[in-house]
Design a protein around this ligand. Structure first.
Ligand code: AKG
Ligand code: MN
Length: 209
């Protein structure tokens, strides 16, 4: 399947590394971290084999569906509670272990969990938030992988209004690494779009004991 491959005449499959100069954050993008062949394979395989769940959140006392499907995978010895809810956590499979081990060559950590998000179309999104619970946000690492449609990943400082927001397009096969104090100081989101777009899968590898 060729849906997400780059058609640009000058594009190559070479990894391109970009670091962003944001105060109080450590954010690096690796484009083509996975080749287009690998990315197409993972897109199809994860779409089909992941046990996607429709989770809910409470807004003004009402239960509403999250605007995306999600799944948690991870080490079976870690407990499955997260954000004060009991979430079903499934054991790593071969695809996730392969992806996890490739990212671990770039970072100084062994991830214990992965949250998968499936954005079915432009109506699916994730609103402004910081990863990890507040008490666990110091010196964290997130490895975020995208397969499928490119969506803009927006970042804004949590308290400083004088700093500009930035938007990083996360394309098929890219890896975004957020480290150090990033989660403490910056919020991120994937906005909705009215454009006709193909689905996107995002994997965020995390370290939670
Ligand atoms: O889809 C993305 O790129 C971000 C997902 C995200 O922020 C999250 O799951 O915490
Ligand atoms: Mn997040």
């Amino acid at each position: 399947m060729d849906l997400f491959s780059q058609t640009d005449l000058f594009s190559t499959d070479e990894i391109r590394k970009t670091t962003f100069d944001l105060p109080g954050a450590d954010v690096t993008l690796f484009e083509n971290f996975f080749s287009s062949e690998e990315s197409n394979r993972f897109y199809n395989s994860l779409l089909q084999n992941t046990i996607w769940e429709q989770d809910q959140m409470t807004i003004y006392g009402k239960q509403v569906n999250l605007p995306r499907l999600t799944a948690w995978y991870g080490d079976s010895k870690t407990d499955s509670s997260y954000s004060d809810k009991k979430r079903k956590m499934l054991p790593w499979n071969a695809d996730l272990l392969f992806i996890k081990e490739r990212i671990e060559k770039e970072v100084d950590i062994q991830f214990t969990r992965c949250l998968l998000n499936y954005y079915r179309d432009g109506k699916d999104s994730v609103d402004w938030h910081q990863d990890y619970e507040e008490s666990r946000r110091k010196n964290t690492v997130i490895g975020s992988v995208t397969f499928g449609a490119t969506r803009p990943f927006q970042l804004k400082h949590a308290t400083r209004k004088d700093l500009k927001r930035i938007s990083i397009p996360l394309a098929h096969g890219s890896l975004l690494v957020m480290q150090g104090a990033t989660q403490d100081n910056w919020k991120h989101k994937i906005p909705k779009t009215t454009k006709k777009i193909l689905p996107r899968i995002n994997l965020t590898f995390r370290w939670i004991k």
